[in-house]
Design a protein around this ligand. Structure first.
Ligand code: NI
Length: 261
């Protein structure tokens, strides 16, 4: 039996407004038996919480994405305790995330991003949840913070891993999983293909980042968890194993990552 685990999706996105319920309900029919809706701020963390209560096969995370963290205002109050409340009251909240650093945009405020990354790592440690890390154009600062804060003890996943084989070694040493998605199917995805070839299979989980990063040849379409078959097929090709083995291993890895085993 094929079982697919989408470890990172954003079904709260407006791209799903027209057919969200129908689509999420239909996932098990397409072998997607588990999907994690990822929070990027308080609002989407609440949505993630809500979905876990409506759909048996949905899990959720709570957290502030670095870009959203930059927009936190005083009036928002103590957002850390608000995230904590949601997490402590719902066993299907399986991680703190997505948290991290994103230096891609011009308005980047590195200090603010670092501060919120650290606060949320502390929260994860306090309530004993793994972290889902978003890191873009910020390789050095991410690993520096994660080492300084002993993130190996917390565990988690580097979502949409985009760095080199060399950097991957640091995260492997810390016991982290690697979120591999549509990018591995892209013609310009050579760097990630090399990383996948290098990584041990027991550290790979698959993810869509829906509605973004749809695999080739569907790049211009909206992504959803059912497109993970293309990601799994490419991983199987790169690792020279069967697609079924990819499904089975990544399913078990996801259970371990999110403490569901
Ligand atoms: Ni995401």
């Amino acid at each position: 039996m094929i079982k697919i685990f989408d470890t990172h999706a954003h079904y709260d996105d407006e791209a799903f407004d027209s057919d969200r319920d129908e689509l999420i309900k239909s996932l098990p029919e397409k072998n997607v038996y588990a999907a994690v809706n990822i929070g990027v701020n308080l609002e989407t963390s609440k949505r993630a919480d809500e979905y876990t209560k409506i759909y048996d096969h949905m899990y959720g995370t709570v957290g502030y994405h670095p870009s959203d963290a930059q927009r936190i205002k005083k009036e928002d109050g103590d957002v850390i305790s608000k995230l904590k409340d949601i997490a402590l009251n719902n066993k299907k909240i399986v991680a703190i995330g997505e948290i991290g650093l994103d230096y891609h945009y011009e308005d980047t405020d590195k200090l603010v991003q670092k501060e919120w990354f650290e606060k949320q790592i502390e929260l994860a440690r306090e309530i004993n949840l793994p972290i889902s890390v978003h890191s873009r154009d910020a390789a050095k600062d991410t690993i520096d913070i994660m080492k300084a804060m002993h993130c190996g003890e917390i565990g988690g996943v580097i979502h949409c891993y985009s760095y080199s084989v060399e950097s991957a070694k640091d995260y492997l040493n810390m016991g982290y999983f690697f979120g591999i998605g549509g990018v591995v199917t892209f013609k310009n995805g050579k760097k990630l293909k090399e990383v996948v070839e290098y990584l041990p299979m027991d550290r790979i989980v698959i993810e869509t980042d829906s509605p973004y990063l749809t695999p080739d040849p569907f790049r211009r379409l909206r992504n959803d968890s059912t497109y993970l078959t293309y990601v799994a097929e490419e991983i199987a090709r790169l690792k020279n194993i069967s697609v079924d083995q990819v499904y089975e291993t990544t399913w078990n890895n996801a259970l371990k990552l999110y403490g569901l085993a």
